[in-house]
Design a protein around this ligand. Sequence first.
Ligand SMILES: NC(=O)c1ccc[n+]([C@@H]2O[C@H](COP(=O)([O-])OP(=O)(O)OC[C@H]3O[C@@H](n4cnc5c(N)ncnc54)[C@H](OP(=O)(O)O)[C@@H]3O)[C@@H](O)[C@H]2O)c1
Length: 317
Amino acid sequence: MAEAFNVVPKSVPTFYFIGVTTTKSSIMQIFPLWMEILGHPEMVIEGVDIRIHADPQDYRQAVAQIKYDPLSQGALVTTHKIDLYQASQDMFEYLDPYARTCGELSSISKLDGRLEGHAKDPITAGLSLDAILGPGYFGRTGGQVLCFGAGGSGVATALHLINKPDPADRPERFVFVNRSQWRLDNARAMVASHPTDIAFEYVSNQDPGVNDRIMAGMPPASVVINATGMGKDTPGSPVTWEGLFPPHSIAWEFNYRGELDFMHQALAQRESRQVRVEDGWVYFVHGWTQVVAQVLHVELTPELFARLERAAATMRK
Ligand SMILES: NC(=O)c1ccc[n+]([C@@H]2O[C@H](COP(=O)([O-])OP(=O)(O)OC[C@H]3O[C@@H](n4cnc5c(N)ncnc54)[C@H](OP(=O)(O)O)[C@@H]3O)[C@@H](O)[C@H]2O)c1
């Protein structure tokens, strides 16, 4: 029996934001400014809130709206990148190599009647990490990476580091900690399909006390990432308030809004342990500009990115 979708015909060009709490995002204020700059003031943004690990049919419905409605132009997908890919990959006429390698997608667009899916995170997580670390960070410091969360963005970060040609830009060791085992298996499969000298470890855990001990075992100057969504999508933090960040480490919270408990825990150790704290704002701007450029088919030159970044900064909450 043919699948039944509830496709709503739009009266204006519509760009979707598929996430969890979309209306709270700064993009709702930034998007109209960007559309003015890009010469598409008629384009509107619409949030699609889907609960975490939703029914596959919910993801297929969101994709069908874009695939079958002519004025639905595309979407940025956050949080659901892997789940949406798994539920709906057969609905796409084209999936880019990163989407197939990482088993996720963050951009849905249309070209010449084809529905296209791209995984932008290996590019956008990478651009953000490079901006935070600068060249040669790992060679210079001997730091390693501890990544809480082996979802779409965590895996993309790992792929970016695997692909670094200069050994000084690659950590010796990268530890993934994730609640479910299947996400770790997914990360392991991605790593196994690439030659790499980075020693990857996979820990299935959701006990913050255990995470504290893992964090305590990381060398100085390590990069500790919160890619779990805790502190925004769900309450709390992967570590406790007693957890000690490595001296001179970089704590990178992938989000820029929400309670951001992990970020506040790291900020409390800024002086005592010389922790540098980064949030997800730069990642947000790179992520959105890449997908908007893909959906609108515009070339994202450094000059255009700088204009969009400046406009976004005026709306930062
Ligand atoms: N600033 C930005 O623009 C930007 C860009 C990308 C991502 N992000 C944010 O980063 C977060 C992650 O994004 P994503 O796309 O990677 O999401 P995702 O694919 O859902 O990944 C999150 C991962 O974290 C794991 N996790 C959740 N709670 C955990 C816990 N207590 N302990 C260990 N692991 C836990 C989940 O495991 P299970 O399989 O057990 O659920 C899941 O594998 C989201 O909040 C997203 O908004 C922000």
